[in-house]
Design a protein around this ligand. Structure first.
Ligand SMILES: *[C@@H]1O[C@H](CO)[C@@H](O)[C@H](O)[C@H]1NC(C)=O
Ligand SMILES: *[C@@H]1O[C@H](CO)[C@@H](O)[C@H](O)[C@H]1NC(C)=O
Ligand SMILES: *[C@@H]1O[C@H](CO)[C@@H](O)[C@H](O)[C@H]1NC(C)=O
Ligand SMILES: *[C@@H]1O[C@H](CO)[C@@H](O)[C@H](O)[C@H]1NC(C)=O
Length: 619
């Protein structure tokens, strides 16, 4: 699995590299995605001319994003995210040219007249697909086992076609799959047992499917219905059916026992397997902190039980632990990393020295077998995300002064990482989930310095595509093109956090937008701004309290942070200075101010600063 993923990432890197070589004179164009759409259009009959908007004469960046049925990663960038061509009367074979839409995650061709077979190499054509809907067409032939290699699939709809043969057992590999339907086809044979718990409707109206959730398979005669049973044979057949039945029963039981074992309900088999190593010392950075062994961490976290999980993220899982003396702490189990013990320890030696009022203190770390555990000080008030978005009748919306305090403090922490920390630390995973709040609601940044410890796959495409952590909305547009993390990428992500603070909305889903609006928070803000209605974006719980001016100023800073061209965004230092000025009357900031960056050798930085100034002066 890891191997497969790695070769994919490698392929992405190679393609980026090739693109850099070929693309220098082509500015930002990604000709592949354009060719992809051209070839799809050419391969289809479009009797009702639904694809009239697919006009390839106007080559402005992002022009394909306005085509009917095409969604891009970013509206100003020719990189296709989804293609939805449902119910357009289109006719043709499965479009092979789709392979050129390299970062596509969703394909909907439902309710058309597609025919021919599902390509046997479909996983090569759509390696990152999460949603594939081919239902209500005229596809025939077998369900390609290659689908088992589309490992990000969540939704697979093949119903209402003319598919024949069996459901490939290999599909069991699709462990993210939530929806699977093959009803109204010509399928036969047993339904693979991992699908036994799905609804009958997903398998109805086939030629001869059997087994759970449908009726048990009665005979081995290739699944054909055996409804006519000659009187003389009744006894024998019944006997055979009972034998098969018992056999199936034992088989399924065995399977379900196996599955249970695999399932590892507490999710902590890994921790239990560390029992032999429980004497291992936890290396602590502060002498004042009492000595600890792995065993203490195991006890404190109830052997890393599922119930102790307080955060899931790209870099790993965070657990709450309580030591015997009652002290709480947080333990992070890092995602698998390819780094050696030595490399890890030297990274830790650096991180252990990184201390600032707005960073979650890293107390120590521990290496046991392949596991890497980081011990942090406990943050009593959880994540900004939960405080901001999990509001209900029992919990009031956050006050503006608290939001502003958190914005300023977090900006200060990030600015310190970018400009005063040596070596400079790019966070890469900024979101409202990585800003934690201590007992006094002082914001503290977590997960800083961990991106470098991750495998490329963990910090790059797969997790975005996966959307598992819902942080796609924080990713700067240029990052998807270059996969290079920059300070300006962090500024973009922080801009989203500021937007969350001012609007109270989430990055990927805007509750307040009209129902027809399908974009993300930035697109919503952009639209409001173009319509001259930016004030409508502000969280209604904050309006009319005499602070509109501050709200609007912070909103402006946020908008500057999410400018598409990185050079037009302010630096983190600028962002901090601006926010501090806006919140001046509250006296939030303490004495340990950030120094004006002194690394004057960094010409880029100076240039950024000047550009940012110019931008800010145009307010
Ligand atoms: C190309 O498209 C852009 C955006 O839709 C538009 O502003 C521009 O005028 C178009 N150019 C031509 C030559 O049609
Ligand atoms: C996929 O298979 C088709 C034929 O079935 C072939 O024409 C095409 O080149 C293959 N593509 C890849 C990427 O292997
Ligand atoms: C589906 O394909 C079959 C041949 O495989 C053809 O006879 C039939 O007309 C097609 N149906 C539609 C709705 O296109
Ligand atoms: C999935 O990919 C692997 C490696 O590329 C290959 O060996 C395997 O045959 C593929 N499986 C299917 C079902 O296509």
């Amino acid at each position: 699995m890891i191997m497969v993923l790695h070769s994919r990432v490698f392929a992405v890197f190679v393609s980026v590299f090739v693109w850099l070589l070929l693309g220098c004179s082509l500015s930002y164009a990604t000709p592949d995605d354009i060719d992809c759409l051209k070839s799809i259009k050419d391969s289809l009959e479009d009797p009702f001319n639904y694809l009239y908007s697919w006009n390839f004469n106007n080559n402005t960046e992002g022009f394909i994003c306005r085509f009917t049925g095409v969604e891009c990663w970013h509206p100003d960038e020719n990189r296709v995210l989804n293609i939805r061509l449902s119910d357009m009367g289109l006719k043709g074979e499965f479009p092979q040219g789709i392979i050129k839409c390299k970062s596509m995650t969703g394909l909907d061709l439902s309710s058309n007249k597609f025919y021919g077979s599902i390509p046997s190499n479909i996983s090569k054509l759509l390696p990152y697909v999460t949603s594939l809907d081919l239902s209500f067409n005229n596809f025939s032939g077998h369900i390609s086992a290659s689908l088992a290699n589309c490992s990000f699939i969540n939704i697979l709809k093949l119903d209402n076609n003319k598919l024949t043969g069996q459901i490939p057992a290999e599909l069991v590999l699709l462990n993210r799959m939530k929806t699977f339907s093959v009803s109204d086809n010509l399928l036969t044979g047993p339904i693979p047992s991992f699908l036994a718990s799905s609804s009958v409707d997903n398998f109805a109206n086939n030629l001869g499917l059997c087994g759970k959730p449908l009726d048990p398979c009665r005979s081995t005669s290739k699944g054909a219905k055996t409804e006519v049973i000659a009187g003389a044979a009744v006894g024998g057949v019944t006997f055979a059916a009972i034998c098969v039945g018992i056999g199936m029963f034992i088989y399924f039981r065995k399977l379900s026992v196996l599955r249970k074992k695999d399932d590892d309900p507490e999710g902590n088999k890994w921790a239990k397997s560390l029992k032999g190593a429980k004497g291992i010392k936890v290396s602590m950075f502060e002498k004042s902190v009492s000595k600890m062994r792995l065993n203490d961490l195991l006890k404190a976290t109830n052997s890393f039980s599922k119930n102790n999980i307080i955060g899931l993220g790209r870099t790993g899982t965070m657990y709450k632990g309580v030591l015997e003396d009652g002290t709480s702490l947080m333990v992070k189990r890092l995602q698998d990393s390819q780094h050696s013990d030595k490399e890890f320890a030297s990274e830790m030696a650096i991180l252990g020295k990184v201390k600032h009022r707005n960073l979650v203190p890293l107390l120590g770390f521990c290496m046991a077998k392949k596991e890497r555990l980081l011990v942090y000080k406990y943050m009593a008030n959880g994540t900004l995300n939960d405080n901001l978005h999990l509001v209900d009748e029992t919990k009031k919306a956050m006050e503006w002064s608290l939001r502003l305090k958190i914005g300023i403090g977090a900006a200060k922490g990030f600015a310190w990482l970018h400009h005063n920390c040596n070596p400079r630390i790019i966070h890469r995973n900024i979101s409202s989930n990585c800003i934690l709040l201590d007992a006094d609601f002082e914001p503290k940044i977590s997960n800083f310095g961990l991106a470098r410890l991750m495998n490329p796959i963990d910090t790059h495409l797969s997790t975005f595509v996966n959307g598992e952590f819902g942080d796609l909305g924080y990713v700067a547009p240029e990052y998807m093109r270059t996969l290079v993390a920059t300070p300006k990428g962090d500024v973009y992500s922080f801009g989203i956090v500021l937007l969350e603070l001012v609007t109270g909305e989430r990055p990927n889903y805007v509750a307040k937008a009209p129902e027809s609006f399908r974009g993300n928070l930035v697109e919503w803000i952009t639209q409001l701004s173009n319509d001259g209605k930016l004030q409508d974006a502000i969280d209604p719980s904050l309006v009319g309290k005499g602070i509109d001016n501050e709200l609007f100023q912070v909103l402006k800073v946020a908008c500057n942070c999410v400018f598409p061209p990185p050079k037009e965004r302010p630096t983190m230092f600028e962002v901090y200075q601006l926010l501090r000025a806006i919140g001046g009357r509250y006296n939030f900031t303490s004495e340990d101010e950030i120094l004006m960056p002194s690394d004057t050798g960094d010409a880029d930085y100076i240039e950024e600063l000047i550009v940012a100034r110019e931008v800010n002066e145009t307010w």
